[in-house]
Design a protein around this ligand. Structure first.
Ligand SMILES: [Zn+2]
Length: 451
């Protein structure tokens, strides 16, 4: 999207950082339960995740495998050998005073994800780290709960490839579906399992229609719904537009979104990587996965929702909306194809109309259709009903014609309005259960037949 400011055009440059908690049983570097949500504060902790001196971290293999799965799903290049880094900063929710993360050698890098339109969004990196604790602000005091500290967390970073919010929304929703489909996370935004950080700026459009990336970007922190992500970015577009209009330049900074007021508030001017003093984690040796192991992980990936949707459009000529809804739930897509296959085997009644009917039945049923036999039965009922309706309409039309000979004669003599009278009579008998256009068509065809 573009905005016009003081006679010049500016284009939205938008990217995302996504944090995802993995649904492993235990934490990233200790054996504490990773299921922290709703638990009594500070009950799923141990000396390792509390950062006591003298403790040693012990990496969770499952979490590493899940991160490879995500990297593969996002078409990334893979580092089969990697190590962890320490990222230093001081904050009460970080008991060690540093976070174990990945800096120079992320598990995945240079990937991409296609939107339904075919547009490719570039994925910069996919890396594995540990979550922090949680600060709870209550009655003017701040409490800290370390249950979440050390939960495996994957960070996914995109290139600033978005120029509109609709693509952004589609991408994020699709990511959530993928995480759920490959079973690495609940990706539940309300519980903070999936957290969004949009980053954006406005770039001046050059006469040739291209842009240079601006020398600043604003990062919007820890947003927990697609709706708020959209609102926060919209607010920023407006704020930055005003600044540029007044001859000022927006600056590089991190801003938080205030849900109640619908505004963003500056939190800090952006740190440079240098400030974090990254260095390789000395307590964990480098980790290597061999080709066989990686192949095994890659093989566990199912067909992903967007691929499935694109295939459904191509193979079954479904509409984009139908394909998207049908592939959102794993069992919907499966049920759809099983039913189609069954009909193909029986070698009957599989035209485009039937395929569409099957898709709609499954979509509208929500979850009441359990297997292909349920769908076929429902399809049968629907087709019978359609035939029944057709017969009923046709009988009614004939009856109306025989009861209103005068109107028929009038119509034949060129009185066009007589047909609308007959339509009205038919509609009344059918209690409005058939479209007027359809009735009119039938009436005219019956009158012509009788001549
Ligand atoms: Zn622990």
């Amino acid at each position: 999207m573009e905005v016009s400011i003081n006679g010049k055009k500016y284009r939205l440059v938008l990217g995302f950082e996504i944090h995802l908690e993995l649904s492993t049983k235990s934490k990233m570097f200790c054996r504490c339960s990773a299921e922290w949500f709703g638990k009594e504060p500070n009950t799923t902790v141990c000396p390792i995740c509390l950062g006591f001196p003298g403790t040693l971290p012990y990496p969770n293999k499952k979490a590493i495998e899940y991160t490879y799965k995500i990297a593969y799903a996002l078409n990334c290049n893979i580092n089969s050998e990697f190590y962890f880094d320490r990222k230093h900063y001081f904050y009460p929710d970080l008991p060690k005073g540093y976070q174990i993360t990945q800096w120079n050698k992320p598990i995945g890098f240079s990937g991409s994800l296609e939107l339904i339109s075919g547009k490719k969004i570039k994925i910069t990196r996919v890396h594995l780290e540990e979550d922090t604790g949680k600060l709870i602000h209550k009655q003017g005091k701040t409490l800290v709960d370390y249950n979440r500290a050390g939960v495996p967390l994957v960070e996914i970073v995109t290139e600033p490839d978005f120029d509109n919010l609709d693509d952004g929304k589609e991408f994020l929703e699709n990511l959530q579906l993928i995480f759920r489909r490959i079973k690495v996370s609940t990706a539940d935004m309300e519980k903070g399992s999936m957290r969004l950080e949009p980053n954006m700026s406005l770039a001046e459009v050059k006469p040739d229609g291209n842009i240079d990336l601006p020398d600043y970007k604003v990062e919007l922190k820890n947003i927990n719904s697609f709706r708020y992500a959209k609102k926060a970015v919209e607010y920023e577009i407006e704020r930055q537009t005003k600044l540029i209009k007044n001859g000022k330049r927006p600056i590089q900074e991190t801003r938080g979104y205030n849900e109640d007021k619908g505004i963003t508030v500056s939190q800090r001017k952006k740190e440079e990587a240098l400030d974090y003093r990254y260095f390789p984690e000395p307590d964990i040796p480098p980790i290597k996965f061999d080709k066989k192991e990686l192949k095994k992980i890659k093989k566990t990936l199912p067909e992903l929702p967007i691929q499935q949707a694109r295939r459904f459009i191509k193979e079954y000529f479904l509409s984009k909306d139908q394909a998207i809804i049908l592939t959102k739930k794993e069992n919907f897509g499966k049920l759809f194809e099983e039913t189609i296959k069954e009909l193909q085997q029986r070698n009957k009644g599989l035209n485009q109309e039937t395929i569409k009917q099957i898709a709609n039945l499954i979509i509208n049923s929500r979850t009441s259709l359990k297997n292909k036999n349920d769908v076929l039965k429902m399809l049968d009922d629907t087709q019978k009903k359609v035939n029944f309706d057709k017969n009923k309409i046709s009988a009614t039309v004939k009856q109306v014609l025989s009861e209103n000979q005068q109107a028929v004669a009038d119509y034949k003599n060129g009185k066009e309005s007589a047909i609308m009278f007959l339509v009205g009579q038919s509609m009344r008998k059918l209690k409005g259960q058939a479209p007027a256009e359809k009735i009119k068509e039938l009436l005219i065809s019956e009158i012509n037949k009788a001549q």
